[in-house]
Design a binder for this molecule. Sequence first.
Ligand code: GDP
Ligand code: IMO
Ligand code: MG
Length: 423
Amino acid sequence: MKVDVLLGLQWGDEGKGKVVDVLTPRYDVVARFQGGPNAGHTLEFEGQKYVLRSIPSGIFQGDKVNIIGNGVVLDPALFKAEAEALEASGHPLKERLHISKKAHLILPTHRILDAAYEAAKGASKVGTTGKGIGPTYTDKVSRNGLRVGDILNNFETKYAAAKARHEQILKSLNYEYDITELEKQWMEGIEYLRQFNLVDSEHEINNLLKEGKSVLCEGAQGTMLDVDFGSYPFVTSSNTICAGACTGLGLGPNKIGEVYGIMKAYCTRVGSGPFPTELFDETGKKIRDLGHEYGAVTGRERRCGWIDLVALRYSIMVNGVTQLILMKSDVLDGFETIKACVAYKVNGEEIDYFPYDINEGVEPVYVEMPGWKTDMTKMTSEDEFPEEFNAYISFLEEQLGTPIKIVSVGPDRAQTIERYTEE
Ligand code: GDP
Ligand code: IMO
Ligand code: MG
């Protein structure tokens, strides 16, 4: 068997959590491969709303095994809060959630360092989620990190050494902080973590595939936030692209099957950094209000703009996307016309490829199409799609060279429409 991978093609918050939950019944296992509590994946069903940060979005469907892979960075305190809230709401997970011993631990001092580095950057700050993501991945790559497996052996000494190293850096930055409460909760989180199945997830996942089990890998963030291919330096610190599923779970590239690329019918971004199609006018505000575009974790206002097909073509390329999932088209249900960016103008010259740097001087070239002006939120089949909407998705498919297989018309699990396939 191969694994299928679902990942974001824009700047995150495309609706990954919702679709992973919808697809989970088709799989035996769901696995997260990168990122950490910077993610906020929202699911809605039976009138309830849940936001997941570190726990995979397959946790609500039956008895499916969910894996937190080695590529993930885990904050034990936040993990404890998230897992306890889920258990309290009637979703037991201790037996079903397996955590890689090779996943790196976010220390309290990593969170403080995140804040300190952002403060030092001043106006050029990244606008991180403040969860210690960058410093934790930095320690991983510089071979100073602590891993989940470390809690099983001589942990106090290793923790003290890492903390002392961080304290030196914070001292050199003249950054004032109080670690007491943070550290107390963190230590409680470490004890809590010991109750879970701490596994060698690379063995587990490859064995499951050998046994014929099916696996869905869940991405966090989005391709435009990828540390290599995103809008650097305004990115996260992991590989959010499909290759991240190989390194973040221990899978060979030949184990990748379908790659689901997920995108909104418009575009959003949280934090700083370039965003060529950003709207600063009433239309941008309208999209934000209708789409409830506020951070699932931080509550921060998301910046809104038109769909960017230049960036999407690039994302599809670097991920090897085989099928697209279109989200939140219902937000545009009432619009007279809808715009899509098909090219960029750079120094007066029109280009249709994603350039090295989009930090400045990039002007979007738009195509404007008639809106469908129909409430699509209660539709259940593509037979009901209005003509203008069909024209819009055909246009997107042609521009992106990839079929749109699923259309999401609302936040609920049930508001998901599969399109016919010609196989
Ligand atoms: P993720 O990080 O990719 O999982 O996405 P988020 O959960 O951060 O953001 C997506 C938001 O849009 C959540 O509030 C979802 O409940 C909501 N959502 C998902 N799909 C749709 C949709 O098709 N229409 C509408 N209106 N909202 C949606
Ligand atoms: P999901 O999985 C949207 C953004 C932050 C910031 C940058 C770096 O819910 O789509 P970090 O804390 O990772 O060092 O922040 O990345 N960011 C996200 N934006 N959705 C996310 O996750 C994000 N995770 C990080 O806002 O600009
Ligand atoms: Mg999110």
